[in-house]
Design a protein around this ligand. Sequence first.
Ligand SMILES: Nc1nc2c(ncn2[C@@H]2O[C@H](COP(=O)(O)OP(=O)(O)OP(=O)(O)O)[C@@H](O)[C@H]2O)c(=O)[nH]1
Ligand SMILES: [Mg+2]
Length: 377
Amino acid sequence: MLSQRIFKWFSKLDDKVTTSVMSNYTNFRERKFVDQVKVKFQAGNGGNGCVSHFRDRNVLTGAPDGGDGGKGGDILLKASHHFTDLHMFKGKPIIGNNGKSGGGLGRFGKDGGDLHISVPVGTLIYEILSETQSVNQAGVRKIQYNKKFLSDLDEEGKEVLIVKGGKGGRGNQNHRSIKEQEKGTLGQVKEIFMELKCIADCGLVGFPNAGKSTFLASVSRSLPKIANYPFTTLTPLVGKVKFVDNSAFTIADIPGIIEESHQNKGLGLEFLRHIERTHVLIFMLDISGSHNEEPWKNFEILKNELLQYRSDFLDKPYIVVANKTDIEPDSQRRIKELEQKVGKKVFEISAKHGLGIGEVILELRRILQEMGKIVYY
Ligand SMILES: Nc1nc2c(ncn2[C@@H]2O[C@H](COP(=O)(O)OP(=O)(O)OP(=O)(O)O)[C@@H](O)[C@H]2O)c(=O)[nH]1
Ligand SMILES: [Mg+2]
């Protein structure tokens, strides 16, 4: 009953109100979304060993008592759900803690503490071996990296050692042959390339303005920006759909795709990387025909663009959803035609008014359950 009243309330809101509420929320987080970054990591250096001899008023030169230097701190990266992009790495090297030097009277230097740095779940880590720069005809500089894969931080809490701290120098207390101060070794230095590929169970694909963000907002608690102009969504967003039995799955919303996106039209196909690892695709088609009178043509264009990006993109299961059925009087005919062309059931919804979305969610849940991908909290 309550949900029905909430839907009624939402459907009374016009576009203007919803956009202003959403933009109020999104404004303060409207910084540039960073999903690829090059960072220099430098682990801590080892502390120096100490050469010293015991001495007091009765003993002028006693036994050697120089302590060892402390070990330099390592730097590790850890996957965490608390972060959504890599902006915190932009433009600054990460430098580890140095070990302290050893001292007389057998005092060992303190180890430099390890740094455990959090990155979003779904970050791929590469070591850069070399880089080449090229300038294309339009004068745009492009950097290409020759890189070695190190790790895929695709699970919460997964951790990887990036650079190892230097060893501390030895003191002469335990190594009596040492006559001169032994320096600690330097910490490892690596140029690292990080690339974020969002991890979500389902990915929304569609033309701009098809209602992808409206759908995400109606099935999850995420608040994407919704407006009646193309390319409202500029960065990927992941929302979680929760069920009463404590199961849940996630849906990723990305910027719209247009014809010839693979030739860098619109926002290009760059954002497809964020739905590359999803288990199910949701093709969101605007049945009111704002892009094309024949929605099945849009479906063909979208499919073609996905295949241009990666030839195995459509090997995963997908569902086809026809949105905006509330404003299209001819929707039944168009849906029938679409079903014939697609060769499978087309879900009729109105994301704005919450009509038919339950069926879509249950179908997604069924597919994910069959694949064993549903998580219980
Ligand atoms: N009448 C009607 N309007 C809808 C429906 N779903 C979405 N809209 C409207 O369509 C417009 C675009 O919706 P968005 O959710 O921003 O579309 P999008 O696919 O995310 O667009 P981009 O982010 O630009 O790719 C908004 O004005 C929505 O209110 C629907 O079911 N019925
Ligand atoms: Mg959007």
